[in-house]
Unconditional design. Structure first.
Length: 229
């Protein structure tokens, strides 16, 4: 995460690192939704001056570089966002979140994976979606042949998962929900149309519909805006 860390250290001392990271997650996901989250994006942007705002674009570029450096053709990978979260955010958030080590995620994926293209691979307490990434990295075609579903009750985990799906080119759904009570708030559909990777904001009802039908149809149009907070 060296490149990412260098950019985030350029912010002035008036902003907490945790807050910068939170705003980076939201603004980056908003950018990939192509205008669906304009209101949330502008609300975050208003907290920074003209010298600081360009740093968010640089952070995204640095993040892509770090993922590229950590990802290899032999299947090796790393979760840059998850590592950063654990180092700088988990303790501060008092939630004590420490994600499964990548090596163990890889082992579990190898032990449980079945060769059933077209299947849905689900993690009901996904964190930054490491277990799903591990499955996607087992074979180069997995990210095209399977649909990945991540569920979590932490907003940061939801946003990290969306960005991780984008970074690893995985199609599927990320749902902000309480898996035990089945209370759903909102979600995102990460899809792979022929024109390239895209992110679609999903309402509560759309998430429930997806959970019920398990449909893998690509979205036809964007839904209306809905606040993340």
């Amino acid at each position: 995460m060296d490149n990412f860390k260098k950019v985030i250290q350029q912010f002035s001392g008036k902003h907490q690192v945790r807050s910068i990271f939170d705003d980076f997650l939201l603004m980056s996901v908003a950018a990939f939704t192509r205008g669906q989250m304009e209101e949330e994006y502008l609300e975050c942007a208003a907290r920074y001056d003209k010298k600081e705002l360009p740093l968010f674009g640089q952070m995204l570029g640095a993040l892509i570089m770090d993922y590229d450096n950590a990802t290899h053709d032999n299947g090796e990978w790393d979760d840059i966002l998850g590592d950063w979260f654990m180092e700088y955010n988990s303790e501060a958030s008092r939630m004590g979140q420490f994600f499964t080590p990548v090596s163990l995620c890889n082992l579990m994926a190898q032990m449980t994976a079945e060769d059933k293209p077209g299947s849905i691979v689900n993690d009901c307490s996904a964190g930054s979606s490491r277990n799903l990434i591990a499955h996607a990295r087992l074979h180069p075609q997995n990210r095209f042949n399977y649909t990945y579903v991540a569920q979590d009750l932490d907003r940061r985990c939801i946003l990290m998962s969306v960005l991780n799906f984008v970074m690893f080119g995985m199609k599927g759904v990320v749902i902000y929900m309480n898996t035990l009570s089945m209370q759903v708030y909102f979600g995102f559909r990460i899809y792979l149309p022929e024109t390239g990777l895209g992110v679609l904001k999903l309402s509560e009802q759309e998430c429930l519909s997806y959970i019920t039908t398990k449909s893998d149809e690509e979205p036809k149009q964007a839904t209306g805006q809905q606040s993340l907070f």
